[in-house]
Design a protein around this ligand. Structure first.
Ligand code: G4P
Length: 520
């Protein structure tokens, strides 16, 4: 029997330190996956340096950046897909957003919108993923709530439509005004926020004396917001025009249950998905899924390879034989896992919206489709604007064959993007990445898995724009720009910084110099 409970599959997008781990723990606590906050993510792990990350990955045999936390809340199955951040920010961080139906944008009340949040938001906007905004750390002094709304509207061009409004300024968090019912949701602090924070709902005329002044301010601002067309509108939210906003303190567990309720109520569930040829797969059709992340080299002796796939339609049953769309070959799913952090469990069954980890998935690449029944092939996961560039050379020239094979394999897996030009020659390709950790992974795997240690040297570029064959001609020999070709055929023009890119655009109005998705 397949599991028919509705799904909500989402990711939290935020800048390091905004409170993503704290919120994840709090969500799990509310959903009763675990009993004590802190069990999902060890603090030590989150603070790990890059080198620890590699070592930890090896020691555990699984990736600490992996996959999805699944829990049940009010008879819904909620999948929280992890977005690697911090020091392990990489192309994967962007790619996981192709596996979710909505995103929670977590903003530090004291800092407002920060660079990594903005980058991730752009990917959501590009993919039409509806975004719920959570202003976190309201228990600490921070910016004004109206100021934060202006910032959201100006910087990300979404109309903020607060569902709750803080009662008490940042640092004096008494609770929130539920803008849809007009009630006061009063919070009571608990020690360390380790247990579910009690909330008391009361009508406006029940607000206690001590809170009346701050309550009156909240009511005034709430009315102002309504006059300014900032009330929630479900259609506009789903169309990606507005973002519902709520105020919270993940640390104190304030607003966490509200967020879960909102996800169930407002966020979209899995829906029909269109393949490259235009054919549509409804969620209840035969099984299909696409791979959004591939992890390998975790155990060099086994050449293991784990592919994370999001179920798009039908029911996945462990052991089923599916078809790999790009080769037409059968793929056996004898080993399927669900993992988050260090937990690994075997998946017997999965429904649309769920994330499965497929072991021994040598043939599967990022963007690949697997299916049962009628053929379906989902569009590829896009590549994102790289911001870090290195040239790679075989440290031992006698191992050039291994070098070429390794680079090719890592390119196919999407570990880094590989760029080439006639000028640079094949011996010395340029590796391009979204986050510097990607290079560390390449170095490690080239040495241990492909037996070809490499030498990397940094290139002073920081911005890539897409151009075309005509652009290659026009830009040849120009100062401050180098054009290279990516393996997928795309031409990328590299610049030192965005000012240099803008100058080149101005000086060459006829040359295509298009921004790539999520360019910084
Ligand atoms: P991240 O995963 O997004 O990087 O953030 P994380 O949850 O690790 O939180 C970063 C810091 O912010 C932590 O403090 C955490 O306790 C704190 N924090 C998270 N949510 C809230 C909140 O709602 N209110 C307040 N006041 N603080 C919050 P830290 O000093 O780095 O760690 P710790 O010493 O508190 O453990």
């Amino acid at each position: 029997m397949s599991d028919k409970r509705p799904r909500r599959t989402f990711a939290v997008i935020s800048h390091p330190d905004a409170g993503k781990s704290t919120l994840t723990e709090a969500l799990a606590l509310h959903a009763r996956v675990i009993n004590q906050a802190g069990a999902v993510h060890g603090k030590g792990d989150r603070r790990a340096t890059v080198s620890d990350w590699m070592a930890m990955e090896k020691a555990r045999g699984i990736s600490i950046t992996s996959a999805a936390l699944q829990f049940v809340y009010r008879d819904h199955v909620v999948n929280l897909v992890d977005t690697p951040g911090h020091s392990d920010f990489s192309e994967d961080t962007y790619r996981v957003l192709s596996a979710v139906d909505s995103a929670v944008m977590l903003v530090d009340a004291g800092k407002g919108l920060e660079p990594q949040t903005l980058k991730l938001f752009r990917v959501c906007a590009l993919r039409g993923i509806p975004v719920i905004t959570v202003i976190n750390k309201w228990d600490r002094p921070g910016l004004s709530p109206l100021g934060l709304m202006d910032e959201i509207e100006q910087q990300i061009k979404l109309r903020p439509t607060p569902l709750t409004w803080p009662v008490g300024e940042a640092g004096d968090f008494r609770g929130v005004l539920d803008r849809r019912t007009g009630e006061f949701v009063k919070y009571t602090r608990t020690a360390g926020g380790a247990t579910r924070a009690p909330e008391r709902r009361m009508a406006a005329d029940e607000v206690e004396e001590a809170d009346t002044a701050v309550w009156a301010d909240a009511v005034d601002e709430h009315e102002l917001l309504s006059l300014d067309d900032k009330d929630h509108d479900q259609e506009r939210f789903l169309a990606g025009e507005t973002t519902p906003v709520m105020f919270a303190s993940a640390l104190q567990n304030f607003g966490v249950a509200q967020l879960l309720d909102l996800l169930l109520e407002l966020a979209p569930g899995p829906s029909a998905t269109t393949g490259v040829d235009g054919s549509v797969r409804e969620v209840e059709d035969a099984f299909s899924a696409f791979v959004f992340k591939v992890q390998s080299g975790m155990n060099s002796s086994h050449r293991d390879r784990l592919a994370y796939a999001r179920v798009v339609s039908g029911t996945f049953e462990r052991g089923m034989i599916v078809t790999h769309a790009s080769t037409g070959r059968p793929f056996a799913t004898k080993f399927a896992q669900a993992m988050f952090g260090r937990e690994t469990t075997s998946v017997e069954q999965a429904s649309p919206g769920d994330i499965i980890g497929l072991v021994n998935a040598q043939a599967l690449r990022v963007g690949d489709t697997i299916y049962e029944g009628e053929r379906i092939d989902y569009p590829p996961v896009p590549s994102f604007a790289p911001e870090h560039f290195m040239t790679a050379n075989a440290a031992d020239i006698g191992r050039y064959k291994q070098f070429r094979k390794g680079i090719e394999q890592l390119d196919q897996e999407g570990v880094v993007q590989v760029l080439r030009s006639d000028l640079r020659g094949d011996q010395s390709p340029v590796l391009a990445a979204v986050g510097p950790l990607q290079f560390e992974v390449v170095e490690e795997r080239m040495k241990n898995e492909f037996n070809s240690p490499i030498r990397l040297s940094r290139l002073e570029y920081g911005v890539a724009r897409r151009t075309d064959a005509a652009g290659v001609q026009a830009l040849a020999g120009k100062r401050g720009v180098e054009v290279l070709q990516r393996t997928d055929g795309a031409y990328l023009a590299l610049f030192i910084d965005k000012w240099r890119a803008q100058t080149t655009v101005r000086e060459n109005p006829d040359v295509l110099l298009e921004e790539l998705p999520a360019g910084g």
